[in-house]
Design a binder for this molecule. Sequence first.
Ligand code: ADP
Ligand code: G3P
Length: 514
Amino acid sequence: MTDAHTTGTHGTGPFIAAIDQGTTSSRCIVFDKDGRIVSVDQKEHEQIFPKPGWVEHDATEIWENVQEVVAGAIVKAGITSADVKAIGITNQRETTLLWDKNTGEPVHNALVWQDTRTDALCRELGRNVGQDRFRRETGLPLASYFAGPKVRWLLDNVEGLRERAEAGDILFGTMDSWVIWNLTGGTDGGVHVTDVTNASRTLLMNLHRMEWDEKILSSIGIPAAVLPEIRSSAEVYGHAKGGILDGVPVASALGDQQAALFGQTCFAEGEAKSTYGTGTFMLMNTGGTPVNSYNGLLTTVGYQIGDKPPVYALEGSIAVTGSLVQWMRDQMGLIKSAAEIETLASSVEDNGGAYFVPAFSGLFAPYWRPDARGVITGLTRYVTKAHIARAVLEATAWQTREISDAMTKDSGVELTALKVDGGMTSNNLLMQTLADFLDAPVVRPMVAETTCLGAAYAAGLAVGFWPDTDALRANWRRAAEWTPRMDADTRAREYKSWLKAVERTMGWVEDEES
Ligand SMILES: Nc1ncnc2c1ncn2[C@@H]1O[C@H](COP(=O)(O)OP(=O)(O)O)[C@@H](O)[C@H]1O
Ligand SMILES: O=P(O)(O)OC[C@H](O)CO
């Protein structure tokens, strides 16, 4: 089951270049008209952990890496800017940066989506403003995951910053805004924009009006002067200035999970995808109206193509999945590579009674409990590292099952099949376990790089490279499928044990500690 990517030119073009500014790395992929990969370049950046729970990125390093991978991908493809019809942008969402618009210098490292330093601030806002108000206007629960409280933290903690922000010298952006501003000239006329999908993750955008919500801005304490203009996900925002793609239109921006929804061509209501990387994010297209969640999901914008109405989505976000495998490798030393977890887990028949709930940053969907911490339960002397490896993989599958259940309750749509992508989908045992726990088929497309593909598709639509979404659908091809094999009794018994293990994580962190 290999993915059909190759490197080297497909025909003579033209092409679309997509930049994915992700949590652990930045990459650029060049696609041809059939949505096939022509070339890839990728570079990791440093993860900075100044204190427990704090996670930062150096945005200057990120912008340097972006320029490097763009040049790398173009050179590997053996093409020039004249062959590239548009650039699409996709990005890790929520990661928050403030920079000086006169110098282009970040005022502080970016605060990454996993960073929990705003937990106490969120509790305070919840008491003063009320949880319901945020849910109603923005579709999101008040949580440290989102950008708005991170902006407030920076304004409160970087000396003199609030005055500079109020004077109009400071710009806020998630990574899409930072990359687009720099790409289009930076201090020399760079455009300061974001798209509706990224804006829908800030806790600051009114989900019904697609505008910054003035009342929420004033209750969090963020001056409007720092905010980017909110635009659709597929339109020309400006043109690259300087660099290897000088003059090429910058024509899309989508948060990475929404880009994957787009790349998986989930254009019809009820279609869903789940992306298995550092964390896991399942999104379901819910059409033209936002669906309120009563079961711990997020209501978010799926995409908006130019001046067409926005398409909404329900999202279940899981903070720790692939990063648990990394933890087994780097912190525990139980495996040497991420792929080895499959070999180890396959050496036993089952989990030996052990369950691993990786609530390392609290629990995200459907619980939203910052006070939860990780547990391994059911331990006896019988349990070996192979059983733990199995429990690690099962944790990802059970968390997906919980989200899928919540989605069915909120949307009324029963999952008939799940489209998957991301680094963890190369693990066959995990994919089989997922099909077993969901009791539904799991399918993976030929081009597993759906995040970049989605950004490329949106940019291509904006410049007429592809005529419409039907043309994109025609490119989707199945590479692999896993069908359920587990009997219903075993599934029900195991699910019950999993839910019991989840209960054990709650309330570990006392209020004053977090
Ligand atoms: N064979 C595998 N089995 C389980 N997990 C894997 C495997 N290969 C990669 N991973 C995990 O997938 C993640 C990388 O996937 P990727 O989609 O590149 O993530 P991201 O885009 O979030 O950086 C890592 O956390 C890694 O531990
Ligand atoms: O960069 P990724 O793939 O880890 O995705 C991160 C998400 O966008 C966080 O919401």
